[in-house]
Design a protein around this ligand. Structure first.
Ligand SMILES: [Zn+2]
Ligand SMILES: [Zn+2]
Length: 321
């Protein structure tokens, strides 16, 4: 069911000879990196002290921190967090931190014919994690679905200096902590078999990364997966704001659907977890959401699997309730 992509020039093999690798630390010389303890968002700010607010927490999608803002410098974070990594699926390594910090997201490192591609990032990478990535040849490209997946992407750019750092052009306003070398539009070929597609919706520049060969979709927050006790997917939702339960508009869902229906996948990777969820189930969710008033709550996966694109599913709390 894979449909040919619109003509879109792939990154030239000689890209590293055309584009100088950039260290955001050089671009933002004289600044200090601070992380918000509530959401983990990193900002460049003055050495004299942390920023007054966090733009991600102030945004309508997120909650303000109870008791006020608190920030930690990169050194303070390094003293508190330990990295870990493990194989998450064929060709994909998951990097994370303990104890949890911020949104406690994961960084996915994907094997391609061109080398490793990093998508999303863990809240921080300790020396052992950076050494592991260097021993595997570093990363040829680095990107993220949207700001909630950025994690310490700035740190990977500073330490590994990939020639390409890609983020949807409509989301550049969130990228001050690092330097985007390749702002992307609707479709961007990251590596052989690995293509970025803008879905919009949750954020205007929100984009998903499709691994065509393995049938994976690195779906960012275009999808929220509820997991059962054994780690199995039991519910799906899509939203503008998870915390505030603000739904996507019908127009946003229609555009999102027009992208997903061209992508063949059987496993998704959000910034937080991976689960066996396929194209038909996501399309069934979106058809269900289009069949009634805007709705941000979860829909049981069993119902979606039973009905697939049947929009008559009657879910308590859903649009037909
Ligand atoms: Zn924050
Ligand atoms: Zn998000």
């Amino acid at each position: 069911m894979t449909v040919p992509l619109p003509a879109n020039p792939p990154p030239p093999r000689s890209v590293s000879t055309r584009i100088n690798s950039i260290r955001s630390a050089d671009v933002h010389a004289g600044t200090v990196s601070y992380a918000c303890t509530n959401c983990g968002h990193w900002q460049r700010w003055f050495p004299s002290g942390p920023p007054p607010t966090c733009p991600v927490c102030v945004d309508v999608r997120n909650a303000l921190p109870v008791g006020g803002f608190e920030f930690r410098s990169a050194k303070e974070v390094a003293d508190r967090l330990t990295s870990s990594w493990s194989a998450a699926a064929d060709g994909v390594t998951q990097f994370s931190c303990s104890p949890d910090f911020g949104l406690a997201g994961s960084g996915w490192v994907i094997e391609t014919d061109d080398g490793l591609v990093g998508f999303e990032a863990a809240p921080f990478y300790d020396e052992a994690a950076l050494a592991e990535l260097r021993s595997r040849g570093g990363v040829v490209s680095l990107g993220s679905s949207h700001v909630h997946g950025y994690g310490a992407l700035w740190q990977l750019q500073d330490e590994l200096a990939p020639p390409v750092v890609f983020v949807g052009v409509d989301d550049l306003i969130w990228t001050k902590a690092f330097v985007v070398t390749w702002p992307t539009d609707e479709v961007f070929r990251v590596a052989p078999g690995l293509t970025l597609h803008r879905t919009g919706g949750h954020f205007a520049g929100h984009s998903v990364l499709h691994d065509e060969r393995r049938g994976y979709l690195f779906c960012g927050d275009s999808l929220k997966v509820d997991l059962g006790p054994a780690g199995e997917a039991v519910g799906l939702s899509a939203h503008k704001a998870f915390h505030a339960q603000i739904p996507l508009s019908h127009g946003e869902i229609r555009f999102y659907r027009s992208v997903v229906e061209r992508l063949d996948f059987s496993r998704v990777f959000t910034p937080f977890e991976t689960a066996e969820v396929g194209t038909a189930e996501v399309l069934a969710l979106l058809d269900h959401l289009l069949a009634g008033p805007p709705f941000a709550g979860p829909v049981p996966l069993a119902d979606l699997r039973a009905t697939h694109s049947d929009t008559s599913v009657n879910v308590p709390g859903g649009p037909s309730a």
